[in-house]
Design a protein around this ligand. Structure first.
Ligand SMILES: NC(=O)c1ccc[n+]([C@@H]2O[C@H](COP(=O)([O-])OP(=O)(O)OC[C@H]3O[C@@H](n4cnc5c(N)ncnc54)[C@H](O)[C@@H]3O)[C@@H](O)[C@H]2O)c1
Ligand SMILES: O=C(O)C1=N[C@H](C(=O)O)CCC1
Length: 274
């Protein structure tokens, strides 16, 4: 799932000015009344190479997406509905960029099967699911995956606004899985831990990595990845102070998904960081 689509030397996802005479990409937003959805609507409206054609929220008919001529739909809804939304978008022949969390191995498996069935029938669309579109978060996860094999201990702390409905965050789960894969590939066992009681204070076990979730008024989205060895420590930290920080990644995903049939998981693949 790698690509070379990011220009060498380009340091961050860039907005693409619309070449004279080209047709803007038609975009629908699902969850348009939400915190992220509203921010995405504004970003799409401001992008010279895109046109916002539909704002969809709870209770709206998804057929409006196709009726409006959308080529790409962006889903920032809630974990309980995102899978059904994406299956419906595939059936409509609309590419999907998905920021909503809650995806599991099982739901991704069902999605891959659904994409395969529709592709066999001649409807080939792309789906990009990214637990975090923030450049700082994508880089933090990438650095953490690289660092993981060099440290005996690894734990993750994610910190979010208190209106968030799921825990641990999709970003922390994605990070923990990447750390676990690196540790396993390096032949590392479990992080040392002599805990005998009070396990509820030790966070969630995600693939053998302890993940701690903080919910605090004033926060937006933040993550710390802690690594330890005898006599040394590495902490990788990223902070999204404002939801606008996710927009360059979302716009990049919209531009890229149309030429990536099938499922891509993680913006790191689109940014050639994997
Ligand atoms: N990937 C990322 O970079 C990133 C960044 C921020 C948030 N998120 C995730 O995005 C999701 C949304 O976050 P938020 O803070 O915007 O939440 P929110 O609660 O502010 O917005 C969700 C919106 O979805 C709407 N909705 C519910 N069911 C729907 C349906 N069936 N069809 C259409 N709309 C529906 C709700 O009415 C609401 O307006 C969460 O899962 C969050 O974790 C991801
Ligand atoms: O605000 C949220 O909710 C966020 N959710 C994502 C996650 O669960 O990782 C990304 C950051 C913001």
């Amino acid at each position: 799932m790698t690509s070379n689509d990011v220009t060498p030397g380009q340091s961050a996802p860039q907005s693409t000015p619309q070449p004279a005479g080209s047709t803007p990409l038609k975009v629908a937003v699902l969850g348009a009344a939400g915190r992220m959805g509203a921010t995405v609507c504004a970003a799409v409206e401001a992008a010279p190479d895109m046109e916002l054609v539909a704002r969809i929220d709870a209770g709206d008919d998804l057929a409006q997406v196709a009726a409006a001529g959308a080529q790409v739909a962006v889903d920032f809804t809630v974990p309980s509905v995102t899978e059904d939304n994406v299956h419906a978008l595939i059936d409509l022949g609309v590419h999907a960029v998905v920021g909503t969390t809650g995806w599991t191995d099982e739901s991704r498996g069902r999605l891959i099967a659904h994409l395969g069935r529709r592709a066999a029938e001649g409807t080939s669309v792309g789906v990009l699911i990214a637990p975090n579109f923030g450049l700082s978060a994508v880089l933090a996860m990438t650095f953490a995956a690289k660092a993981a094999r060099y440290f005996e201990s690894a734990e993750v702390i994610e910190l979010h606004h208190p209106n968030k409905v799921d825990a641990p965050s999709g970003t922390a789960t994605h990070t923990a899985h990447a750390i676990a894969r690196s540790r396993a590939a390096a032949g590392l066992g479990a992080s040392p831990d002599a805990t005998e009681s009070g396990w509820e204070a030790r966070g969630a076990d995600v693939d053998g990595v302890r993940v701690h979730a903080v919910r605090l008024r004033g926060l937006v989205a933040h993550e710390e990845i802690l690594f330890g060895n005898e006599g040394e420590q590495l902490i990788i930290r990223q902070d999204s102070f404002d939801r606008v920080s996710f927009m360059p990644g979302v716009l990049l995903g919209i531009r890229e998904v149309v030429s990536r049939p099938g499922l891509t998981v993680g913006l790191e693949n689109v940014m050639d960081l994997s």
